[in-house]
Design a protein around this ligand. Structure first.
Ligand code: CMP
Length: 436
């Protein structure tokens, strides 16, 4: 049965919000990863990540990245302090005739819309008379579309039948100018978008909704390029748009998927995966500096693999194509018959071959039955750029004899970042950070 519900005019992610979710969706008692309550409602311990990084932090991250000698990380979604300022964009918007000019139909162009709360249990697709939309495509369109979705992790877990349904339902949306607002923060969600061509800026206004005026879009927190996607959050969580998305190139191409097909077909696996991995990813020390939304994107790209005790997960000398996070069990890195490192839940391995395009530097063996979350090369490069420096730091620095120094060994045992400050060893063996 359908009922209707208007989204509130204030953003539920903003302070003091009293956002009521659409009742049919109550089976999902979750909040969006952009919601300040997201971590509190998903962890028992006090979260160390209680505030979103502001623009300064983003800039710092960016500056750090520029110090890397060879940055292998190219991103379909990347944090960036660069791009147009809000003022530049306002100028671009007025040059383009203002928001709404030259816009394809159905875009949320600054208007507040209400959403009909369809009965949308994604697991019950097929149990009613819903027929997915079918938009015929030329061979040329289909081949471009397939290429655009091939690198998108939300599509990589679909079976052939579901993939076909989604491809049939997608509609091409040419974006003819720079500065076009495809999504406006605070609006209701209508479409999910895949980027085929061009780059789009992600802007967040801390008030929870885009405002009029030169700085109304807020701060640019990232950009999304070919193969990337956006617009899933409002559809997944029945929440207002969490960000404003604006075209940064004179000509771009998007593919739009309607809300119902997204929820019935794409959301199921994405939602499960984000939910399955979110608590684990919050515990991984390597990822602790990432924002919740960045961890959600990593969850989209992970696959879990189980290994029995004694099996070889990585073999020394092999070419590397995957990075691993240890979800459960114990593993060890072995070089020439000697154990050089031990891993437990939250540990990671397999990064060196991907960072430096070198063969595997050690074997990694399961000591007990283990579960690992595997990230392929593409996901590693697209999603782990912000933590590249942490991975490159001291953990594998070795003394001339080839053995880790005592302090490096201790830092790795305690999962502490040695580069953060001065550490003292307090008997009987606790390592303390005394200065940063
Ligand atoms: N840091 C971010 N926070 C929130 N949304 C983001 C961020 N980066 C990209 N986005 C995308 O911006 C989209 C705006 O619309 P949605 O809220 O539907 O979904 C959002 C995400 O797909």
């Amino acid at each position: 049965m359908a009922s209707s519900s208007s989204l509130p005019s204030s953003n539920p992610f903003g302070p003091g919000s009293s956002f009521a979710k659409i009742s049919e969706e109550e089976e999902y008692d979750v909040t969006s990863p952009t919601d300040p309550s997201f971590r509190r409602s998903h962890t028992t311990s006090q979260s160390p990540f209680s505030s979103e990084a502001g623009p300064d932090e983003d800039e710092d991250e960016n500056n750090n990245n520029t110090q890397i000698n060879r940055n292998i990380f190219a991103s379909a979604y990347q944090d960036s302090g660069e791009g147009l300022s809000s003022a530049d964009l306002s100028a671009a918007l007025s040059n383009a005739g203002g928001p709404g000019q030259g816009m394809p139909n159905n875009y949320a162009m600054g208007r507040r819309t209400s959403v009909s709360a369809e009965s949308l249990n994604p697991t019950s697709s097929g149990a009613d008379s819903w027929t997915p939309p079918f938009h015929p495509k030329t061979d040329e369109q289909l081949s471009r579309l397939k290429k655009a979705v091939s690198g998108n992790f939300l599509f990589s877990h679909l079976d052939d039948e579901h993939l076909k349904t989604v491809l049939d339902a997608l509609v091409e949306k040419p974006i003819p100018a720079k500065g076009i607002k495809v999504i406006t923060q605070g609006d209701a969600g209508d479409y999910f978008y895949i980027v085929e061509e061009g780059t789009f800026g992600v802007f967040i206004n801390p008030s929870g909704a885009a405002q009029p005026g030169p700085d109304g879009l807020g701060t640019q927190v990232g950009s999304i390029g070919p193969g990337g996607s956006f617009g899933e959050l409002a559809l997944m969580y029945n929440a207002p748009r969490a960000a404003t998305i604006v075209s940064l190139d004179p000509k771009s191409t998007l593919w739009a998927l309607d809300r119902i097909t997204f929820r019935r077909i794409l959301m199921d696996s994405a939602f499960q995966r984000r939910r399955m991995y979110e608590a684990f990813l919050e515990e991984v020390p390597l990822l602790s500096s990432l924002k919740p939304y960045e961890r959600s994107k990593i969850a989209d790209a992970l696959d879990t693999i189980k290994y029995a005790a004694g099996s070889t997960i990585i073999r020394e000398g092999d070419p590397g194509d995957s990075f691993y996070l240890l979800e459960s069990g114990e593993a060890e890195a072995v070089k020439a018959g000697t154990t050089v490192k031990e891993y437990s839940r939250g540990g990671y391995f397999g990064e060196l071959a991907l960072l430096d395009e070198k063969p595997r530097a050690a074997s990694v063996i399961a000591k007990t039955d283990v579960k690992v979350a595997r990230l392929g090369r593409d996901g590693f490069k697209r999603l782990l750029g912000p933590v590249e420096q942490i991975m490159r730091r001291t953990e594998y620095d070795v003394d001339p004899a080839g053995t880790p120094t005592t302090i490096e060994w201790l830092c790795s045992i305690y999962s502490i970042d040695c580069a953060m400050g001065i550490f003292v060893l307090i008997p009987p063996g606790d390592l303390h950070l005394v200065d940063a």
